[in-house]
Design a protein around this ligand. Structure first.
Ligand code: HEM
Ligand code: HEM
Length: 160
């Protein structure tokens, strides 16, 4: 079992996190383009919509890379705590991985693959779940930092 996250794993964690937040917050141009496509009106792709697609596709590539590193190199053991907390951590992290793949995949399939109902899944349930899991993830990190004071946050700052 490895002692900590590698430099690559840490960089990928923060870069992917920022890119996902960007797409969660900057989606209006993409929604506008999608509405135009659905109603059959012609609309040139705006810079905002193009960025949504490129950033999302980059997230998908980086997350697959990240999962590959996770499976080959491994990750540190979750810190000792109650069985319930350890389970919450595992379910939370895997849930984030599912959404980090599911969000860009449904977006791409809806826009380029013509599977139109996936646009609703993308901008509805998956978007909402992503916000919920990110909020839980950040709250958990703050709980470790200020209540348990177990230095967990350092694991995503200092490579080992
Ligand atoms: C302020 C924001 C964030 C903080 C403070 C934070 C903090 C952390 C910390 C400390 C860990 C290591 C947990 C451990 O050692 O067991 C971690 C892991 C993780 N974080 Fe974040 N994170 C943030 C944002 C995000 C975002 C936006 C995402 C994705 C949507 C994300 C996804 C993950 C995942 C999937 C893991 C598990 C990594 C693995 O073991 O493979 N994080 N985060
Ligand atoms: C990290 C990846 C992504 C995230 C977090 C994300 C997030 C979002 C959000 C928050 C919306 C607005 C939904 C709403 O409030 O109505 C949206 C809309 C949309 N996104 Fe993405 N997106 C991602 C990747 C992609 C990719 C790669 C595509 C490929 C074309 C895409 C296509 C769309 C489409 C077509 C819409 C309009 C759907 C609608 O408004 O119902 N997204 N996205």
């Amino acid at each position: 079992m490895v002692q900590g996250y590698s430099r690559l794993q840490i960089i990928l964690h923060w870069v992917v996190g920022v890119l996902i937040l960007y797409n969660l917050l900057m989606s209006d141009a993409m929604s506008e383009l999608w509405r135009a496509k659905e109603t059959g009106s012609t609309m040139a792709m705006s810079v905002g919509a193009l960025l949504h697609i490129l950033v999302g596709a980059l997230v998908l590539i980086l997350v697959l890379w990240r999962l590959g590193v996770r499976l080959t190199r491994g990750v540190p053991e979750v810190p000792e705590s109650s069985a319930l907390m350890e389970l919450a951590g595992k379910v939370g992290h895997w849930g984030l991985y599912v959404l980090m793949i599911g969000l860009p995949a449904t977006g791409l399939l809806a826009y380029f693959g013509g599977v139109t109902f996936l646009a609703e899944v993308h901008g509805g349930i998956l978007k909402a779940l992503m916000w919920v899991l990110i909020a839980g993830h950040v709250l958990a990190a703050l709980y470790h930092q200020f209540v348990l004071k177990d230095g967990l946050l350092n694991r995503m700052r200092e490579p080992k």
